[in-house]
Design a protein around this ligand. Structure first.
Ligand code: T5A
Length: 221
């Protein structure tokens, strides 16, 4: 029976997901007794990491939005089977950098793969494994792309960073649409504020969802 807590982080490029996952994982590990698992998509297993390398190098671009959605979903199925489902069954906090909402947003942003077909693909792929809480890190795409560029240094852009600004603006709207459609699961966080403020907003939302037991107890059960 599933006992764990599944938290996903979503948003556009350079929104600060990896930074905030590191911070939340450290806070959870310091203060609480549950196991904490940090993982990412596409990736998280050897096979899914191989698919990640192919997709982010742009080698599957010619398949189009739906073809790329199939590859992300294939990677996700392996990730769910080998990492996510077992960790949740052990009772872990599972923090995942991107998940199914990224397919809805990125592969849905251009409208080439219809919403209905992406929803059907998602249902089959997830097979009932859905996040308990999703943070949508929201910021203007210009800021996110600039952050991603600074961090990248001399390296080249990947498959999606290289898309036009209009694509990144459409993505932002897609993520906000998802949050509006599922307000109980999704919390929109203003990611344009300093790192500490973003971390505080995320931690508060976790505490609201899973209140701490009496002060002094180590376990955030
Ligand atoms: N994709 C993925 C799909 O198209 N469909 C899918 O189904 C899935 C799962 C993955 C790509 O694949 C696409 C989406 C992506 O394009 P990736 O390398 O994992 O590629 O790319 P991202 O997930 O976008 O990760 P990034 O590393 O680019 O961004 P993060 O993790 O959001 O940002 P982070 O934490 O690395 O921060 C970026 C920089 O900003 C600074 C950090 O120090 C860092 O230098 N920063 C801040 N600066 C100022 N203020 C703050 N509050 C800051 N927070 C972080």
């Amino acid at each position: 029976m599933r006992k764990g807590r599944f938290i996903t982080f979503e948003g556009g490029e350079g929104a600060g997901k990896s930074t905030q996952i590191r911070r939340l994982a450290a806070a959870l590990r310091a203060g609480h007794a549950r196991e904490v698992v940090v993982t990412r998509e596409p990736g998280g297993t050897p096979l899914a990491e191989r698919l990640r390398a192919i997709i982010l190098a742009g080698k599957a671009r010619d398949l189009g939005d739906f073809g790329e959605a199939l590859l992300f979903s294939a990677a996700r199925i392996d990730h769910i089977d080998r990492i996510i489902r077992p960790a949740l069954a052990r009772g872990a906090y599972l923090l995942c950098d991107r998940f199914a909402d990224s397919t809805r947003a990125y592969q849905g942003a251009r409208g080439g793969a219809g919403e209905d077909i992406l929803a059907t693909l998602e249902r089959v792929t997830l097979d009932g494994v859905r996040p308990d809480l999703t943070f949508i890190l929201d910021l203007p795409p210009e800021i996110g792309l600039e952050r991603a560029e600074k961090r990248r240094g001399q390296g080249g852009v990947d498959r999606f960073e290289g898309e036009a600004l209009a694509f990144h603006a459409a993505l932002r709207e897609k993520f906000l649409d998802i949050a509006r459609a599922e307000p109980d699961r999704c919390k929109v966080i203003d990611a344009s504020t300093p790192e500490d403020e973003v971390a505080e907003a995320i931690f508060s939302a976790c505490l609201k969802k899973w209140p701490l037991p009496a002060l002094g107890e180590k376990q955030w059960a």
